[in-house]
Design a protein around this ligand. Structure first.
Ligand code: S3P
Length: 425
């Protein structure tokens, strides 16, 4: 249990946030396929990324950890070895889904499992395209859930695949498998999702072309690692401070060194549309990714309506945007959010059940829409996190800005932001 008190002062000064979770996963996986040593700076030592390290070590990759630096010596594109045990992806959908793509193309057998949450999440969405490429994947519940076994197969076939749901995890699984085919794999996305896999593979010399919503992946012979990968701060973690500083009187804060890849900046676009004062400062580029310091000043927010192509650009930030919307004037309507039902928990259900304890009657959802009636009163409440890191952090920010909150299982923040509570004083 953790009690968060109502904050009686504004958020001020500078905040340093941990490394980007999505980029940290990809840095480990892709470096493992190169054949020289890579140094990864500002790697996120969250539980999810440690699951990825655990899996790669099981397959013979040397990963040395020291403070904020990771040193990897990759085994080359075809140098992974058969794991002697079941691979445990823990709570991490990214570990599991991306590795399913990569391991579909290896000449050895792998079996995956994960925690209670991951064992409930849908895996058919990855198995379907990989099976079309010729992968042999078998899962519980008619190939929909963990545990999952991948059996070696002949060379994978290149396919053209129209993505039925916007998912960077599914897209990345196909891209990684696509490196091992003998043709050009084409992926068509209706709404673009985060493109860190494409950017990082290009930095390692793979041939990947992007034209509007179409991505082409060419088979690779070899990946050449840069000497160093610098992981930007995670905008999904910055989101908690962006919202808190926007709603808490007397706030003026700078969040240092954040990744502002445009497939991830839905949070700042939406907050600005709601009236937030957010400025990118000291912009720079490293390894194909854009970085900036994000300056946020308290502002007066108003409700807005959004959905469709905006959703993949802020998919993990919807719980914290819902908190911002509760402090805004008027209603906020977020359309096309059905994907939230298959995250670490059913986040739409969790928002309606738990956030309404803090602000009665403010949050409503149906299958695919979330409505927030801004401007209501706030209570002290005791809330459940459902062991979901993003619910825990959103509830903590909500309580800090409203009238305090007591949350169960605060430790689940270690998935993406191990020292989150240290910054919330
Ligand atoms: C991620 C993609 C998103 C996101 C997740 C991380 C990634 O999931 O919600 O936290 O690193 O590719 P989906 O691919 O299911 O949308």
């Amino acid at each position: 249990m953790k009690r968060i008190k109502k904050m009686n002062h504004g958020l001020k000064g500078e905040i340093k946030i941990p490394g980007d979770k999505s980029i940290s996963h990809r840095a480990i996986m892709i470096s493992s396929l190169a054949d020289s040593e890579v140094e990864i700076k500002n790697f996120l030592k969250g539980a999810d990324c440690l699951s990825t390290i655990g899996c790669m070590r099981e397959m013979g990759v040397s990963v040395e950890e020291s403070n904020e630096k990771i040193l990897i010596r990759g085994n080359g594109l075809n140098g992974l070895i058969e794991p002697k045990n079941i691979l445990d992806a823990g709570n991490s959908g990214t570990t599991l889904r991306l590795l399913m793509g990569l391991l579909s193309a290896q000449n050895f057998l792998t079996t995956f499992t994960g925690d209670d949450s991951l064992r409930k999440r849908p895996m058919g969405r990855v198995i379907t395209p990989l099976s079309k490429m010729g992968a042999k994947i078998f899962g519980r519940n008619q190939n929909k859930n963990l545990p999952i076994t991948i059996v070696p197969t002949e060379k994978l076939k290149a396919i053209t695949y129209q993505m039925p749901v916007a998912s960077a995890q599914v897209k990345s699984a196909i891209i990684l498998a696509g490196l091992y085919t003998d043709g050009i794999t084409t992926i068509i996305e209706k709404n673009p999702s985060r493109d860190h896999t494409e950017k990082m593979l290009s930095a390692f010399g793979a041939k990947i072309e992007k034209n509007l919503n179409e991505i082409k992946i060419y088979p690779a012979q070899k990946l050449t690692a840069p000497k160093m990968i610098e992981v930007p701060g995670d905008i999904s973690s910055a989101a908690y401070w962006i919202v808190l500083a926007s709603i808490l009187e007397d706030s003026d804060v700078i969040i240092k060194n954040v990744g502002i890849n445009e497939t991830r900046t839905g949070i700042t676009d939406v907050m600005k549309n709601m009236g937030a004062k957010i400025y990118f400062e000291n912009e720079r580029i490293s390894g194909g990714e854009n970085f900036a310091d994000i300056h946020v000043i308290k502002s007066k927010l108003h409700g807005i309506t959004f959905g469709n192509e905006m959703i993949p650009r802020l998919i993990d930030e919807i719980p914290i945007i819902a908190v911002a919307a509760a402090f805004a004037e008027g209603d906020t309507i977020i359309n096309d959010v059905g994907e939230l039902r298959v995250k670490e928990t059913d986040r739409l259900k969790a928002i309606v059940e738990e956030f309404n304890k803090i602000s009665v009657g403010t949050f409503e959802a149906d299958e695919n829409t979330l409505i927030i009636h801004g401007g209501n009163k706030f209570n002290y409440a005791e809330c459940k996190t459902y062991d979901d890191h993003r619910m825990a952090m959103s509830l903590a920010i909500f309580g800090a800005a409203a009238n305090g909150v007591l949350i169960d299982n605060p430790d689940c923040v270690k998935i993406s932001y191990p020292n989150f509570f240290d910054s919330l004083i």
